[in-house]
Design a protein around this ligand. Structure first.
Ligand code: SF4
Length: 428
């Protein structure tokens, strides 16, 4: 069977034009997808059944036992942490937030190690953003700052920017100027019209220098700013000022380098300065598939986008204190439920060490680095392959994903719903 208009379940681009051929419960081929998408659809690393650790080895168990033990672990804990959520759909994320409230737990999503600083900056100064469709149809200047889309979001350039012809940009490759700002040359910088090489940690100073030029104070800019010549800074500022519509996309190179959320605040303020002269927008390159959705769901229900602590009986949020990495580093939590993410591969060693020392349960279709830190793993259906649900694209557009075929795996909603019911019953 050949299925059209399939939504990719891998990165924040949520490309919705894939054509997938399936036979029974096997994906035979993927058209239009990048290599990351093909690997996601055809990869064969799924866990066949729930497992639990006994002594030094794993044993096969049933869903009933795994779910009941997970509920008991969470109920026994004084400060449970519910982490992850970016790889699942919003319906499951919603149950996660309600479960955290019931338990008085901390619930956090993967923003904590990616675009958390971007959200903090947006809370301070707002977000002059737009949809990717607007960028495709209108933008004649694109800036990638601290991002390498060719590797991390392989179809971003072909669907929305460099190679994507739009309504007002008839020949994208000829008519669009692309500026890449990074600390090193990348595949993306190689095809840029202008590559701005910044010394590590120098983004804030470069952003400030550009703001000075746009503000008409260019005479105060020194000969070199963080490795970038005054001449190039003026050239970049002039490209931006002469845009009809410009779009800045920034990645972890900006959010996670020295300056952190202040970098993003400065970039947003540069965007605001440019808007005094022309039309400019700025957007984060969200990486994890539905991480944007987790921020939306957390905010709908609690008022806060990530790192929400219910231990006081009400929602409390204080990045640096209630964020997962800080809680784990302080060895504060005594049980952890990991859903649809892999902290074992991404968290600092001390945090991974603490996860291994407490009862950690993972709900995830695949064996990954977190499996080795867990006591129980419950495999589930993969959203967008054998489960359907709603996810948010990196520009905040919700997209309904499809179930391509049925398997015996329950989806995240089914597993989390049962854990929630058991906890609710025990709490009375
Ligand atoms: S760019 Fe991202 S969403 Fe698009 S096909 Fe590749 S992995 Fe999937």
């Amino acid at each position: 069977m050949r299925i059209e208009d399939v939504v990719c379940p891998f990165c924040g681009c949520l490309c919705d034009d894939l054509v997938v051929s399936v036979e029974g419960t096997k994906v035979l081929s993927v058209e239009n997808g990048c290599t990351l998408a093909t690997e996601k659809f055809t990869g064969d690393h799924r866990l066949a059944h729930p497992i639990r650790r006994t002594g030094g080895s794993w044993e096969k168990t049933t869903y009933d036992v795994a779910i009941r033990e997970t509920a008991e672990i969470l109920l026994d804990a004084e400060r449970p942490l519910l982490y992850g959520w970016s790889g699942t759909f919003v319906e499951a994320q919603t149950i996660g937030v309600h479960l955290a409230e019931l338990l008085g737990a901390v619930i956090d999503n993967t923003s904590t190690v990616c675009h958390g600083p971007s959200i903090m900056a947006i809370q301070e100064v707002g977000h002059p953003g737009c949809t990717l469709g607007q960028v495709k149809n209108r933008a004649d200047v694109i800036v990638y700052w601290g991002a390498n889309p060719i590797e991390a979001h392989p179809r971003h350039m072909s669907r929305y920017t460099t190679f994507a012809d739009g309504f007002f940009v008839k020949s994208a490759f000829r008519d669009r100027k692309v500026i890449v700002v990074d600390i090193r040359e990348t595949d993306s910088s190689e095809i840029a019209d202008e590559f701005v090489k910044v010394t590590p940690g120098g983004d804030y100073a470069v952003l400030s220098a550009l703001r000075m030029i746009v503000r008409g104070k260019g005479e105060l800019v020194p000969e070199k700013v963080s490795g970038v010549t005054r001449e190039q800074l003026f050239r970049v500022a002039n490209i931006c000022l002469s845009a009809r519509f410009g779009a800045i996309f920034f990645g972890l190179g900006l959010t996670m380098s020295r300056g952190k959320y202040k970098n993003i605040r400065n970039a947003i303020e540069l965007t605001e300065e440019l808007n005094r002269h022309t039309k400019f927008t700025i957007s984060p390159m969200r990486g994890h598939w539905n991480v944007y959705g987790s921020n939306e769901v957390f905010t709908w229900i609690t008022g806060y986008p990530y790192a929400v602590d219910f231990s006081r009986g009400i929602a409390f949020y204080n990045p640096g204190e209630t964020t997962s990495v800080d809680i784990l580093r302080r060895k504060e939590c005594d049980a952890c439920l990991v859903v649809a993410s892999d902290p074992g591969a991404h968290f600092p060693r001390a945090c991974a060490g603490h996860l291994a020392s407490i009862p950690t349960v993972q709900i995830d279709p695949h064996v990954n680095a977190t499996t080795h830190l867990s006591r129980i793993q419950i495999p589930v259906a993969v959203t967008g392959i054998d489960a359907e649900g709603t996810a948010y694209r990196m520009d905040g557009v919700p997209i309904r994903t499809r179930q391509l075929f049925s398997t015996d795996y329950p989806d995240d909603v089914a597993v989390l719903g049962r854990i929630y019911s058991l906890v609710k019953e025990a709490k009375g």
